[in-house]
Write a protein that binds this ligand. Structure first.
Ligand SMILES: Nc1ncnc2c1ncn2[C@@H]1O[C@H](COP(=O)(O)OP(=O)(O)O)[C@@H](O)[C@H]1O
Ligand SMILES: N[C@@H](CCOP(=O)(O)O)C(=O)O
Length: 312
């Protein structure tokens, strides 16, 4: 249950007086999610989601919150933030920075079909285009320096073969230059659990707290590695083609992106292999551990290494 900070109906009722979204009807904690506290807030005007940030500080939030506002303003399926009477998106409740957003339609799905992958690809491309004139900037905290440092840190805990495989891949990625590829704002963690699907349509993308400025096609690779994956870590070709067709119908890859695509898929697999290794071997003290299987992304990587057809 991911309600780390409790909010009572009385506290919420008083908090809502700072907004123009009506009076409280119902307040319900959201069990899903592992980082922040989230509540569904039903008011006399409609349905909203309140997030209380458990780790990010208020001064760290503007990049993400203003990005959400920018994307919502451009018609992208994201939860638009609601401003309070001081015209601020970020407020405070029970000592935590807060954000109120519109409630999105749909639900998280585990087993997407090709039509849903196409829609996700299409919305991701629209998001990349719409964010083209967003003026915030955030370097990727999970970029090359992080990858190299954390891979070295977890290596002593790994078995020899896996450590050698990871070191070789990290060295090979160090020789790649993705910096010349089209870049912009990326979601950077658009897994199935970070999107709500409303039938075959995208209800909305959520959880933008890894968003940053980086290579656009790398974001597509991160997304494809999760949405199109099979149980054994291989990729389902039908879903992969659909996701790429959806994306490229809006924003076609440039020749340099197509040439780098196999390496981008590998980089995306390594990113999550490394973060899962870290969470597995070095869980933060006092943190509730929901360590996800690092071996999954090792298998995804191995399939990419062996692959000859990349669906382009
Ligand atoms: N705007 C929204 N509309 C509807 N449901 C939402 C919205 N934002 C979050 N949720 C629900 O809350 C859950 C947890 O949100 P998430 O952002 O993943 O939390 P965390 O930041 O803790 O990882 C999601 O799986 C989804 O069910
Ligand atoms: N989608 C990632 C998890 C990213 O979030 P984190 O906060 O757990 O790093 C995965 O499945 O590994």
């Amino acid at each position: 249950m991911s309600v780390f900070t409790t909010v009572t109906p009385d506290e919420m009722g008083a908090f809502l007086k700072r907004y123009a979204i009506g009076g409280l009807v119902e307040l319900k904690g959201i069990a899903a999610g592992i980082t922040n506290t989230n509540y569904f807030v039903t008011t006399t005007h409609g349905r909203y989601v309140l997030t209380l940030f458990e780790t990010l500080r208020a001064d760290e939030l503007p990049y993400y919150v203003n990005l959400l506002a920018h994307l919502a303003q451009h018609g992208i399926a994201v939860a638009g933030p609601i401003a309070n009477h001081d015209n601020a998106f970020v407020d405070t409740l029970n000592g935590k920075p807060t954000l109120l957003v519109n409630c999105l339609p749909g639900a998280v799905i585990d087993a997407p079909n090709a039509a849903q992958c196409r829609e996700v690809g299409e919305m991701l491309a629209q998001m990349h285009l719409a964010a083209g004139h967003y003026d915030g900037h955030m370097a990727n905290p999970r970029g090359r320096a992080w990858r190299e440092a954390v891979a070295a840190e977890v290596a002593p805990f790994m078995d020899e073969a896996a450590a050698a495989e990871l070191a070789a891949e990290v060295a090979s990625l160090a020789a790649q230059d993705f910096d010349a590829l089209p870049a912009g704002v990326i979601h950077a963690d658009l897994f199935r659990d970070n999107a709500l699907m409303d039938g075959d349509r995208v209800g909305g993308f959520i959880d933008f707290y890894y968003a940053c400025n980086d290579t656009l096609a790398y974001d597509v690779a991160i997304t494809l590695n999760d949405w199109c994956v099979l149980e054994n870590g291989d990729i389902d070709a039908e879903r992969a083609r659909a996701l790429l067709a959806g994306y490229q119908g809006v924003r076609a890859f440039e020749p340099a992106e197509a040439a780098a695509w196999p390496q981008l898929l590998r980089a995306a697999a390594v990113r999550f292999w490394v973060s899962r290794l870290y969470d597995f071997y070095k869980p933060a003290a006092g943190e509730m551990t929901f360590a996800k299987d690092p071996g999954h992304f090792r298998r995804v990587l191995q399939h990419h290494v062996a692959r000859r057809d990349f669906w382009l």
